[in-house]
Ligand binder design. Structure first.
Ligand code: PLP
Length: 405
């Protein structure tokens, strides 16, 4: 008899977004005239920049002409795009070979797909709170997960050895095989500095673990002290894989393009992980469309770089508006500086869902309860900078008004 993958039965319902949508719908039914401002969205709102749109149009035209039509492309991505990615890394003195860069249809897919090359017996370490994809993709495969203890006292940036209470002494001593690090982080917006990331790199090399570094928000990082890539850290080539995305960098959430870097120096079990990943991709993936890769290429041109920066600056200014309001109110927060996410402590000791209801009913503002990202999120709340400036300012005025009461 056919058996399903029963690991799927172990998945928790994706309750968070369902429940927030449900509570919002109930509220709007009762108050149809209220203008509710949505500050929970994790999707961008600014359109693709003109340089990308032009490139997409041009590539579409090429596809309609026999001489320039392209069929199947290289599974690993076209050289024209991989060269641009390589040059982008080289600006930060990270030297990559083209064969170390794999073009993807986004970081989420590769986050799940990369697990194909690892045994189910590996122990996985994820932060709590966490981007739920890291947990669910490993639950689907039946891997055991332990948690890093991210909290207010470590500014939601746990270091090696900071396991959540309840982690067995054996697991803590043995250490994980796969380590997820997302910096700048979703949901907390916190970003590791060089020294902190170096500790993780040293730990992974010592344990023979592999870091899966999610750099989806790298373009929001500011200043020299916050690495945009784990490969800026000495030693990372022997212990890390980097997953990156143009979703938040260039508004590609609906267009779909990203890249994954697997260095040749990353060897486990006498095997180059780059070779395994190449084998996996050439077997199960037929590449990102030519048109989209041309659009992605335009992101890296001087014109594209200037245009996407305008959008990122716009979101960052929204983040500034949120941070200013929280500072005025004397509320503890992290994120915002290197990230479109601001993560703050619910006022007056409220739990995440009580504050969600309070904010919706009293201020007509929707955010995301931290508890939905893990136990350590309880008592915290996430707002995003992806709204319009006008809505962000209005939401913060409302927040100040209801909390000043
Ligand atoms: N990684 C993190 C931490 C994210 O927050 C997101 C999207 O919200 C992704 C990956 C997914 O990115 P993509 O749109 O490239 O699949």
């Amino acid at each position: 008899m056919l058996k399903i993958n029963s690991n799927y039965k172990q998945l928790k319902d994706s309750y968070l977004f369902y429940e927030t949508a449900h509570r919002l719908a109930d509220y709007q039914k009762e108050h149809p005239d209220k203008n509710v401002i949505k500050m929970g969205i994790g999707d961008v709102t600014r359109p693709l920049c003109p340089a990308v749109v032009d490139a997409l149009k041009k590539a579409s035209e090429e596809m309609g002409v026999a001489e320039t039509f392209r069929g199947y492309g290289p599974e690993q991505g076209y050289d024209f795009l991989r060269e641009k990615v390589r040059d982008y890394y080289a600006e930060r003195e990270v030297e990559l070979e083209l064969s170390e860069i794999f073009i993807s249809d986004g970081a989420k897919s590769d986050c799940g797909n990369i697990l194909d090359i690892f045994s189910k017996d590996n122990l996985v370490l994820v932060p709590d709170p966490v981007y739920p994809v890291y947990v669910d993709t490993n639950v689907m495969a039946g891997r055991r997960i332990i948690y890093m203890d991210a909290n207010e006292s470590n500014d939601f940036l746990p270091g090696p050895g900071e396991f959540e209470p309840g982690t067995s002494a054996e697991d803590a001593a043995e250490g994980p095989d796969l380590i997820y690090i997302c910096s700048p982080n979703n949901p907390t917006g916190a970003a590791y500095d060089r020294e902190q990331l170096k500790e993780w790199v040293d730990y992974a090399n010592e344990k023979g673990a592999v870091i899966l570094f999610d750099a989806a928000y790298e373009s929001f990082a500011e200043g020299d002290d916050i690495p945009r890539s784990i490969f800026e850290i000495p030693g990372a080539r022997t212990c890390a894989i980097e997953l990156c995305s143009l979703s938040k960098t260039a508004g590609f959430t609906g267009t779909r393009c990203g890249y994954t870097v697997v260095p040749h120096d990353l060897v486990r079990d006498d095997t180059e992980l780059n070779a395994l990943w190449l084998r996996r991709q050439t077997t199960k993936f037929n590449g990102v469309s030519y048109v989209v890769q041309r659009g992605a290429e335009a992101v890296f041109t001087p014109e594209g770089r200037m245009q996407i920066k305008e959008n990122i600056d716009y979101y960052k200014e929204n983040a500034r508006v949120i941070m200013d309001a929280l500072e005025d109110l004397g509320i503890w927060y992290t994120g915002g500086v290197h990230s479109p996410y601001i993560w703050f402590k619910c006022p007056e000791g409220m739990d995440s869902w009580t504050f969600f209801d309070f904010l919706l009913k009293e201020a007509g503002v929707v955010g995301t309860p931290g508890q939905g990202f893990g136990n350590n999120g309880e008592g915290f709340f996430r707002l995003t900078a992806f709204s319009t400036r006008e809505n962000t300012e209005e939401a913060m005025e409302r927040l100040k008004k209801v909390l000043a009461k």
